[in-house]
Structure formats: C-alpha cells, structure tokens
Design a protein around this ligand. Structure first.
Ligand code: ASP
Length: 323
C-alpha cells in the first residue's frame, strides 16, 4: 500500500466560521477531514503532520524553507510515494514555487487549499484534498515538479497564479492552461510544463528582496528607503514588455551603484520581459545599465528566486538573463 504524507499549514481549508462574528477563522478540523478523505480513497496510508495552523498571509519565506527541509527529510527517511500540502490560497503559489526550486524530487509534491471554509455550503476543501491525493498517488505525476491541484485542475507551480478573490476555479496558468486534470478518480495529463527545471537550494534565506510596482509617473523614490534598509535585491514590476518611466532611471542607477541586484518583471500577467525598447527606461536601455530580466516569472516568484540565489552568494546574472 502506498503512503502519502499530508502536511497541513492552515488556510481556509482549515477554517470554520467564528461563532461570534460569523467570519472565517482557523479551526482544527483535521480529524474530521481526514476521516472523510480516507473513506473515499482505497489502498492508501495517509500520514499527517500539522506544520502550522495559520492563514497564508502569515506564511513566510522561512516557513517555505522549513517545509522544504521537512519534505526532503521525510522522503529520505520514510517510504512515502508523495506529499500533499494544504495551504491558504493567498500565498499558495509562492510556497509551491519555492518548493519547486528547492526540491529535486522525482516523486510528486502537490499543494492544495480551498476557497470556502468547512462551515460553508459547497466546502471545496474535501474534494480538493481528495483530488490532490489522487494526483500524488499517480505515477504520471512523477518528474513534473511541484504541482498545484484545486478544482480538479492540475497546474505547475511555476506557471500558476491565483486569479480570482472568490471563485473556486481561481488557480490558472493563464498563458498555457492546466497540465492536466482529475476526472472522477483518473489523473490525466495533457501537456508538460513549459519551463526547464531549476534547482536552487539555499540553506537559509538571509537576503532581503523587495518588490516595487511601477505605475504611470512612478519616480522610484522608494529606492532611497531600500538602499537605507540595505536590501540585497529589488524586483521592479514594470510596465508591459519591461519598461519604466524615464524619471525612475536615476533611482535604478543608484540602486545598482549600491550593489543591489535589480530584476525586471512585468505587471502583465502573461508574456516575457524583453529588451525591445531602446528609449530611456525601455528594456534595452535598462539591460545595458545592468538590470536583469525575470523572463515570464511573476514578481512574487522572482523575489523568492532572487532571495535564494543571493542567500547562496550565487551571481544573479547566471539566472536572470534577457534572451
Ligand atoms: N486568506 C486565506 C489564506 O490564504 C484564503 C485561503 O485560504 O484561501 O489563508
């Protein structure tokens, strides 16, 4: 019989209504949930660990690192076929992406969560957890990197994002669609992920990286604060193809002079950052100043990747190139 390790971290999947204010709060529903899930899946041994019981805005990059180390240890010391992590949906894609970087594991690691709490009509935590376990049990899920499974859709950690504040089908790979789905009890894959696996394994995350979102008229004055705070990296979530207003350029130069790594991402949720424009503040101009490209990575994922690279004292140029 196969063993799947479940790691509970919290989030709406582990929430119910508070009796006084009738709003969602974390509540230990695990025994009940596990009993229901175990009755639906045959021939599986479910082991579980409660790593935390927190809403996911409280999950930190250090938690992600700890969860990565925990999974690595369990795979090395126990005969488990896969891991399922339950997580709040707000930062789920960040933890999934970090684990994808950190782990170099052939066996499946799947994240799931829910959009409705245990007390709500149509609680999706139960079906999402069952489907995620089925994904983790499927040999077809091997060598696919870390996966995210909600609403019966399987997405890659690198491609997926939360797109809707409420809808059950909130997790989407907007550009390429899901890798596959769970159809009743069958796990079906339609395609491979679009990226090459990167393996970056920090032992600690001790470098601070901040994100600046660019809007019209943005002057980048906030960079002075970050220089003062001694941050090691800045992700600039730029406009369109990877461009910033001209008035922001002197501030970017200042950051580079202070040895801060600057990586450009785009506020467009799809497409690559490229060096298409040569005007002041355009991608080509920024590239020549020494700014790096986040490619098609979302800003919050580029931040985690840069944190991991800088914490290992690796050169970000080797990981964020315009091409
Ligand atoms: N705010 C919640 C969290 O991320 C939402 C969820 O779990 O879906 O913990």
């Amino acid at each position: 019989m196969k063993t799947i390790l479940l790691i509970f971290t919290g989030g709406t999947i582990s929430m119910s209504y508070d009796k006084v204010v009738s709003k969602s709060v974390v509540h230990d529903n695990h025994d009940e949930l596990l009993k229901k899930v175990a009755a639906k899946i045959e021939n599986v041994n479910l082991e579980s660990i409660i790593y935390s019981l927190v809403p996911s805005p409280s999950i930190t990059p250090n938690d992600m690192l700890e969860i990565g180390k925990l999974i690595e240890k369990k795979f090395a010391t126990k005969n488990i076929s896969g891991v399922v992590i339950t997580h709040g949906t707000d930062t789920l894609e960040e933890t999934a992406y970090f684990l994808d970087l950190f782990l170099n594991e052939k066996k499946p690691v799947v994240l799931t969560g829910s959009m409705r709490n245990f007390d709500e009509v149509g609680y999706d935590g139960f079906s999402n957890l069952v489907s995620a376990i089925l994904v983790a049990l499927s040999p077809e899920s091997n060598n696919r990197g870390v996966l995210v499974c909600l609403n019966d859709e399987i997405n890659s950690a690198v491609e997926v994002m939360k797109t809707h504040t409420l809808a059950l089908d909130t997790f989407k790979s907007l550009e390429f669609g899901p890798l596959g789905l769970v159809d009743e009890k069958t796990v079906i894959y339609y395609r491979d992920a679009t990226y090459e696996k990167e393996h970056i394994k920090p032992t600690e995350l001790d470098k601070r990286v901040e994100i600046i979102k660019v809007v019209s008229g943005e002057d980048g004055k906030i960079i002075d604060f970050y220089i003062n705070e001694k941050v090691s990296g800045i992700i600039i979530e730029s406009l369109g193809r990877g461009n910033v207003p001209k008035i922001m350029v002197p501030q970017i130069k200042k950051a580079l002079k202070h040895n801060i790594s600057v990586v450009i991402t785009s506020r467009c949720p799809m497409g690559l950052v490229r060096d298409t424009y040569a005007y002041e503040g355009g991608g080509y101009h920024l590239k020549n100043l020494g700014v790096l490209s986040g490619g098609s990575l979302a800003s919050e994922k580029a931040r985690l990747k840069l944190m991991a690279i800088l914490s290992l004292n690796l050169d970000p140029k080797d990981f964020f190139s315009y091409n």
